[in-house]
Design a protein around this ligand. Structure first.
Ligand SMILES: Cc1cc2nc3c(=O)[nH]c(=O)nc-3n(C[C@H](O)[C@H](O)[C@H](O)COP(=O)(O)OP(=O)(O)OC[C@H]3O[C@@H](n4cnc5c(N)ncnc54)[C@H](O)[C@@H]3O)c2cc1C
Length: 289
């Protein structure tokens, strides 16, 4: 209730600790944590000890109790596509990997150079520290998601199921949430587990899905298994919910690892980078395109 009614800034006001300690302090019973909160939050934090920053937990919990979970009909790529639509033509180059940030701009992997006095590195933490070796980045969490395509939905509702045994993190019939995710009359199921796709894991997942959906899954066709290394930063307390993007004159870094591990955090950090670049330019600093 506190998270629902207080402003987001309230999450910053308390000394940070683990989510596990915050839940105990709030009087949430061990059974509620074991049966519901730990299984659910493990899928949000991508760790199952609830050692993640309570500040981040309160921010996420606030969003979840005030709104609802959703999936964009055209996939998450629709969000950057909408942002890009608002840009003037010719300012965005896609599929152009940067090999190095140099004293005079950036060196592209094709060997060409782009001169720039201001460079904002907006990559994942591993690439950010490769491009900016003086940057410190947090450890990261890894997740694997299995996708199964079947002829008929095993559950005709858009519900995220969590698993208190810990065998999987969560599963849901994606096509019940967003019908555009599978051809009409078929179903796409997504199931996530912590870590990588170890040998035998896909089969164990299928067995657990048979129990959770109470159906025979032996004929389910696995269409993909996606492991994302560095899917989220490990947000250990004390975790500042937002960090400056200024690294040194003319060099900035933004992304979820500079704020919170979420789309919201990534966009907030990007907006902060824009504000800091504009402010530095206004002061006649080293910034300039
Ligand atoms: C499976 C999964 C599910 C998730 N679900 C949710 C969710 O439901 N809600 C939520 O809020 N968050 C979710 N997240 C987290 C969210 O996706 C991330 O927090 C967010 O995408 C981070 O955005 P970012 O811009 O910081 O980094 P990224 O999204 O990692 O973007 C960095 C970009 O930099 C590019 N890049 C890297 N190196 C270079 C280089 N050398 N040159 C040029 N480009 C480079 C990459 O190609 C990439 O496009 C999920 C993450 C995963 C993996």
């Amino acid at each position: 209730m506190r998270d629902a009614v207080l402003p987001a800034s309230a999450a910053r006001q308390h000394e940070d600790g683990s989510t596990s300690a915050a839940l105990a302090r709030a009087g949430v019973s061990d059974a509620a944590v074991a049966d519901i909160l730990r299984p659910f939050l493990s899928g949000v934090f991508l760790e199952d000890r609830l050692e993640t920053s309570a500040r981040f937990f309160h921010l996420v919990w606030r969003s979840m109790v005030r709104g609802s979970l959703c999936l964009p009909a055209k996939g998450i790529g629709a969000v950057p596509a909408q942002l890009a639509d608002g840009l003037p033509g010719g300012v965005l180059r896609l599929g152009t990997p940067v090999a190095a940030v140099t004293d005079t701009g950036v060196l592209l992997e094709d060997g060409s150079e782009v001169p720039a006095r201001t460079v904002v590195v907006a990559t994942d933490p591993a690439n950010a520290t490769r491009l900016l070796p003086d940057l410190t980045v947090p450890d990261t969490r890894t997740v694997t998601t299995y996708y199964h395509a079947i002829g008929r939905t095993p559950m005709a509702e858009p519900t995220l199921m969590v698993d208190s045994t810990g065998a999987i993190l969560n599963t849901c019939v994606l096509s019940e949430v967003a019908p555009t995710y599978a051809p009409r009359g078929t179903a796409l199921i997504s199931t996530s587990v912590l870590g990588t796709d170890l040998p035998g894991r896909a089969q164990a997942v299928l067995c657990r899905l048979a129990e959770l959906y109470r159906t025979d899954t032996s004929g389910w066709q696995q269409v993909a298994a996606c492991t994302v290394e560095g899917a989220l930063p490990a947000m250990l307390p004390p975790w500042p919910l937002s960090r400056t993007t200024r690294l040194r004159p003319g060099r900035y870094v933004c992304g979820d690892h500079r704020a919170t591990g979420s789309v919201q955090g990534a966009m907030a950090s990007g907006a902060r980078a824009a504000r800091e670049v504009v402010a530095d330019r206004g002061q006649g600093g080293d910034a300039g395109v």
